[in-house]
Design a protein around this ligand. Structure first.
Ligand SMILES: [Zn+2]
Length: 287
C-alpha cells in the first residue's frame, strides 16, 4: 500500500464521514494497513472533518506508536484485532452514523434483503454485543461475526466496516447508513417487502461476475466461521442474522398500527430494472 495514497485517502474519508454527519465532534477513527508490520491511523482528539496528512500516526501491531506527533486513535486496538482476524482486508472505518446506530441502539440488525446494491456489495449486518469503547472489550463481541461479515453494528455505540482499501471501507459505511435510512422509512410506511430467494440468487450471480471479493452473508443458512475462535459455544441466541427473504417470511412488521402492503403480484421486471441500474452505477464507480 502506497503510504502517501493511504494518507490522502484517510483524510478524504474523514472529510466525508464528518460532512455526511456520520460522526460528531472528534468521534470516529479510520486506519489503513500499510504493510505487514504497520498501520496508518487517525489521531485521537481531532475532528475527522479537518485532518491534515501530518496529523496521521503510524503504529505497529502491538499498538506502539512508530511515527507521528499526535497520539493514535483510542480504538486502535479494535483496528489491530480486525487486521489480525481478516488478513484479506486493508482498511477499517469506525463511525456513529445516526440511523444505523439507531438500529444498533434498538437492537435490530440490518438483515432484510430489500435493496439490490446492498445484497451485491455488503450483505447483511449483524450487531456485536456492547463493549466499553477505547479498550479490548469492544473487540471480543465482534469475533463471532468477523470472518463472515464486512460491516458490524456495535450495540449502543455505532458501526465499523472493513475494506480492501480506505475508500472501499468508507463506501461500505455509506451503503450501511443508506440501507438503514431506507429500511427505517419502509418501516414507518408500513413495512418492507423483501426480495425472494430467487431474486437474491440472481444478485449474487451478478456479484460473482463483478468479481467483488470478501464474504457475502446474503441468505446463507449458516456462515461457516460463526463461532470460530470464540471460547463461547454458539447458542440459539447467537443465531446468525442472515438476510431475510420473502420466501423465508422476512417481511418486516410495521412500527405501529398500519398494515403492510401486499407485495405486487410480479416484481421481477422491476427488480431486473433496478438491478440493471445498480450494476451500471457500480461499474461507473469502479476504477
Ligand atoms: Zn465510536
Amino acid at each position: 500500500m502506497n503510504l502517501h495514497r493511504a494518507k490522502l485517502d484517510i483524510v478524504e474519508a474523514g472529510r466525508r464521514v464528518y460532512q455526511r454527519g456520520y460522526v460528531a465532534s472528534n468521534d470516529g477513527n479510520i486506519s489503513c494497513r500499510i504493510d505487514e508490520d504497520r498501520i496508518l491511523t487517525t489521531p485521537t482528539g481531532v475532528s475527522k472533518g479537518f485532518m491534515k496528512v501530518e496529523d496521521l500516526c503510524v503504529v505497529d501491531f502491538d499498538g506502539k506508536q512508530v511515527s507521528g506527533t499526535m497520539r493514535p486513535s483510542s480504538e486502535i486496538g479494535m483496528h489491530i484485532f480486525l487486521y489480525r482476524e481478516r488478513p484479506d482486508m486493508h482498511a477499517v472505518v469506525h463511525a456513529h452514523p445516526p440511523t444505523a446506530t439507531g438500529f444498533a441502539v434498538a437492537g435490530i440488525p440490518l438483515t432484510e434483503c430489500v435493496l439490490p446494491e446492498v445484497v451485491i456489495t455488503l450483505g447483511s449486518v449483524p450487531i456485536a454485543d456492547y463493549g466499553t469503547p477505547g479498550g479490548p472489550e469492544i473487540s471480543e463481541p465482534i469475533r463471532k461475526w468477523v470472518k463472515d461479515y464486512d460491516a458490524y453494528l456495535l450495540e449502543n455505540h455505532g458501526a465499523t466496516t472493513i475494506g480492501l482499501d480506505v475508500i472501499n471501507a468508507y463506501h461500505k459505511m455509506e451503503t450501511l447508513e443508506h440501507f438503514a435510512k431506507i429500511l427505517l422509512v419502509a418501516r414507518q410506511l408500513g413495512g418492507a417487502n423483501v426480495l425472494s430467494e430467487e431474486q437474491v440468487g440472481k444478485l449474487l450471480k451478478i456479484r460473482d461476475r463483478m468479481g467483488i471479493q470478501g464474504p457475502n452473508p446474503a441468505c446463507a443458512p449458516e456462515p461457516p466461521h460463526a463461532s470460530a475462535g470464540s471460547d463461547q459455544p454458539t447458542t440459539t441466541t447467537d443465531a446468525i442474522p442472515t438476510l431475510k427473504t420473502r420466501s423465508a417470511g422476512g417481511s418486516l412488521a410495521p412500527l405501529s398500527g398500519s398494515t403492510p402492503s401486499s407485495p405486487p403480484a410480479d416484481t421481477s421486471p422491476l427488480i431486473d430494472e433496478i438491478t440493471r441500474r445498480v450494476v451500471e452505477e457500480l461499474r461507473r464507480r469502479s476504477p
